[in-house]
Design a protein around this ligand. Structure first.
Ligand SMILES: *[C@@H]1O[C@H](CO)[C@@H](O)[C@H](O)[C@H]1NC(C)=O
Ligand SMILES: *[C@@H]1O[C@H](CO)[C@@H](O)[C@H](O)[C@H]1NC(C)=O
Ligand SMILES: *[C@@H]1O[C@H](CO)[C@@H](O)[C@H](O)[C@H]1NC(C)=O
Ligand SMILES: *[C@@H]1O[C@H](CO)[C@@H](O)[C@H](O)[C@H]1NC(C)=O
Length: 559
């Protein structure tokens, strides 16, 4: 009133400035390093509670049907495939509502039992029964818990993923192929109790916008930032429609107040919504209690695998697992031989004269970074934003060209120029293909917060482009990477749970079945390995993936 700025205003400004500086810091963080993200989130939250967050960041309740079918209507054939995919990944439940946490699955009180003798023979199978119990130590009577399993021999660097079958009565059977001799340990882990999976299911349907995005618009001296997403409420404010004319993939931003829709400069992850679940629901996501916790053995937790019996009928095991580690080297079970490309010159020799295109999220970028390092590639776009790309690098001596480009929205990268926001399908359409062309695709992680239909639609477009490329040039090598397991905590589970990845993984496998592409089974390659789960798998696993890809490009010559 009297022209003086009140003291509280100074504090407010101070807070706002420090909040802004923090935000800048966060933008430079690795886009998928969620652990760090959440730590910063906590700090950010304490700032947020000091004053109201800017209005732009909060979308209002988009609804599931609205979001899933935003974009082109699927054809009858596509709709049928979608229905089949949805029913193939249907998860049982909710079986009970409002169950007290004491009655939910407790991994520490549950147990597994190895069936049969403790001595087995290589070439056979191992069956393990899992009995889930609640915190009171009483058996569960319904299924739906998310379990993962592996059999491993640490001294041999050997490990294989098991197949889990849910009997829907609180018991599960896990099947492992027996692929090496020696002592092998069984490891069963409960990732989530069924009660937590129900919460994830609810979030998937009710909160598809729990990760939000923003764009900077700029013209002359004016700059504005608005919120963007696959689905924004239609009746709130005017929208800018960035629906892709080629694929029909939807994308929208709120229209800036003063600028036109054509002044969009860049795209970035806005952040993660908070307060997504109730206190009751949070009980099912407790670190050290019921989130990625091993289930103990009732008695014996290991078996001795003896040499194959004479005259033993060989069981084909490739329906259980895609491959296994031995001496830390991945061996596919489909009969194909993997070579090891231990030296730069071996890799360069295999890729000589080739044009390697990589498309997707940061798990595809890991391959680019690996090849760039081992081949000492020369980068041709040196000023490309770090971690975002696009990248283009060459080995002039061996005439190798390697490129990386991130996939289109909903990419959660820190800042992508609008002009570089391309869809993988459209990029594939520009490629000539042929025996000198290698295409690597990894698209999964950034779809975890959206209804599965959104992912199905994206894969449909990519598959259409892959089929067209292979029809033109059947000798083109196309490699598709599946989802992998990652480190998850109570908060990150709500955005990046392995359960979301599992569902997307199943859809991807089904949609590329029977197509002449090489699948890199990142799921099993991370599950079977002893190294900790990480959204960006450790180097040893990346090396194994590269060996697989190169073995596919440059197979062992038949003698
Ligand atoms: C969700 O959106 C669809 C399509 O716009 C609409 O028909 C339906 O009534 C909405 N449902 C709710 C619960 O708002
Ligand atoms: C956005 O544009 C696409 C393609 O031009 C169109 O099909 C869609 O209906 C538009 N969305 C809205 C909300 O107007
Ligand atoms: C987006 O573009 C603006 C204007 O060029 C720039 O200041 C900003 O750092 C860019 N990135 C993000 C995340 O806003
Ligand atoms: C077996 O799997 C590997 C790894 O996925 C692949 O490179 C190879 O082409 C497959 N071989 C056959 C015969 O299917």
């Amino acid at each position: 009133m009297d022209g003086q700025i009140p003291k509280s205003m100074f504090i407010f400004i101070l807070l706002a400035v420090s909040g802004f500086l923090l935000l800048i810091l966060i933008m430079f963080m690795e886009e998928l390093n969620d652990q760090l993200m959440f730590t910063f989130h906590q700090i950010q939250r304490s700032i947020d509670s000091a004053f109201k967050p800017p209005e732009i960041l909060w979308p209002l309740g988009a609804n599931h049907t609205y979001c899933a079918h935003f974009g082109k209507k699927p054809t009858a054939e596509e709709a049928k495939e979608e229905r089949d995919l949805l029913s193939s990944i249907a998860w049982p439940g909710p079986l009970v509502q409002g169950l007290p946490v004491e009655l939910s699955s407790d991994p520490a009180k549950s147990y597994f039992v190895i069936l049969g003798s403790s001595k087995k023979h290589k070439g056979g199978q191992l069956l393990v029964n899992v009995h889930m119990q609640n915190f009171l130590g009483l058996p569960k009577d319904h299924g739906g818990d998310f379990l993962i399993a592996r059999l491993h021999s640490p001294r041999l660097g050997a490990g294989v993923a098991g197949k889990v079958h849910d009997h829907q009565d609180g018991t599960y059977t896990v099947m492992f192929p027996l692929l090496w001799t020696g002592v092998a340990w069984v490891e069963i882990t409960m990732v989530h109790p069924s009660e937590a999976v129900m919460v994830l299911k609810r979030l998937q349907e009710e909160q598809p916008d729990r990760v939000f995005f923003k764009s900077v618009f700029s013209s002359g001296t004016i700059s504005e930032t608005t919120m963007c997403n696959l689905c924004l409420p239609l009746n709130e404010k005017p929208l800018c429609n960035y629906t892709d004319p080629e694929t029909g993939e939807p994308w929208y931003c709120y229209k800036p107040q003063h600028l036109g829709c054509d002044t969009r400069i860049n795209h970035s992850k806005g952040g993660y919504k908070k307060n997504l679940i109730t206190e009751y629901e949070a009980q099912f996501f407790q670190s050290g209690v019921n989130l990625k916790i091993p289930i103990p053995a009732a008695a014996m937790d290991k078996v001795t695998i003896l040499a194959e019996k004479k005259g033993q009928t060989k069981v084909k095991n490739d329906y259980i697992s895609a491959g296994y580690y031995f001496h830390d080297t991945w061996r596919p079970l489909n009969g194909s031989v993997t070579r090891q490309f231990k030296t730069s010159s071996a890799i360069a020799h295999c890729l000589r004269g080739k044009n390697v295109y990589m498309f997707g999220d940061s798990t595809a970028r890991q391959w680019f970074e690996y090849l760039s390092d081992v081949l000492y590639l020369t980068h041709l776009i040196p000023y490309s934003p770090k971690k975002t790309g696009p990248y283009l690098a060459v080995d002039r001596w061996d005439n190798i060209l390697v490129s990386y480009r991130c996939h289109g929205p909903p990419i959660r990268f820190t800042s992508v120029l609008s002009s570089e926001l391309g869809y993988v399908a459209n990029e594939l359409d520009k490629i000539q293909g042929g025996p000198r062309t290698v295409v690597l695709v990894s698209v999964w992680s950034h779809f975890s917060t959206f209804p599965i239909e959104v992912y199905i639609r994206r894969l449909r477009h990519i598959r259409r482009a892959v089929l067209q490329l292979l029809a033109q040039e059947p000798d083109t090598v196309v490699v598709i990477r599946t989802a992998n397991l990652q480190k998850i905590g109570p908060e990150s589970s709500l955005f990046n749970s392995d359960w979301f990845s599992l569902q997307r993984d199943a859809v991807l496998r089904a949609m590329f079945k029977g197509i002449h592409v090489q699948l890199i089974d990142a799921w099993e390659m991370t599950l079977a390995h002893h190294l900790p789960h990480d959204i960006h798998p450790p180097l040893l696993i990346i090396e194994n993936m590269i060996d697989l890809i190169l073995s596919h490009i440059c197979p062992v010559r038949e003698i």
